[in-house]
Design a protein around this ligand. Structure first.
Ligand code: PRP
Ligand code: ADE
Length: 175
């Protein structure tokens, strides 16, 4: 894939000022997800960024699910669906964390990550890093190893990378 095709795909991400609250510039990836060509290029680029020896993907509700589902299908590996609270009937573990705009809780389904597995975390946006850091903690508490993190967009000013214990973070675009 040429760089310009991926750039064209990422250029579909739009900036929405003051959403979901005043002062936040929200990066809306929905136009990129809605464009079939862009979606293919973004998923292919994420796939290249994730090491070949990964046993499982972990994704966070909701936008992370869309990316991880496509990647899991392409690789023929399973996806652990880390969810917002109150959705899962069988919770293995839960963690509270800070978001750019508020606080949140994430829950890991029972049996979705197994001890000793090599896991990559997939999400759309890395902002403060709270979401990915919480996912990494859930994975480690389940006894698995996080080998890397792949995101579409990194908001560097929010310092997410520094919260991730020097884990390899691959962002398709950093702004
Ligand atoms: O690095 P952080 O500061 O933690 O922020 C990044 C997270 O924020 C967004 O999720 P959001 O909670 O808005 O949920 P959504 O995917 O359901 O829209 C985004 O999809 C990431 O998961
Ligand atoms: N500014 C932002 N835009 C989109 N998703 C986000 N998640 C956290 N901060 C975000």
């Amino acid at each position: 894939m040429s760089r310009s095709e991926l750039d064209r795909a990422l250029d579909l991400i739009t900036e929405i000022p003051d959403f979901p609250e005043p002062g936040v510039i929200f990066r809306d990836l929905t136009p990129m997800f809605a464009d079939g060509t862009a979606f293919v290029h973004v998923v292919d680029a994420l796939n290249e960024a994730i090491s070949d020896d990964v046993d499982r993907l972990v994704a966070v509700e909701a936008r992370g699910f869309v990316l991880a589902a496509a990647l899991g299908y392409a690789r023929r590996i399973g996806v652990a669906l880390v969810r917002k609270p109150g959705k899962l009937p069988n919770v293995a573990d839960r963690i509270d964390y800070q978001l750019e705009y508020g606080t949140a809780t994430l829950e890991l389904p029972v049996g979705s990550v197994k001890p000793g597995e090599r896991v990559a975390v997939v999400d759309d946006v890395l902002a403060t890093g709270g979401t990915v850091a919480a996912s990494v903690e859930l994975i480690r508490r389940a006894g698995a190893d996080v080998t890397g993190i792949a995101v579409v967009l990194e908001l560097a000013a929010l310092g997410g990378r520094s919260r991730l214990d020097a884990l390899p973070v691959h962002a398709l675009r950093t702004i």
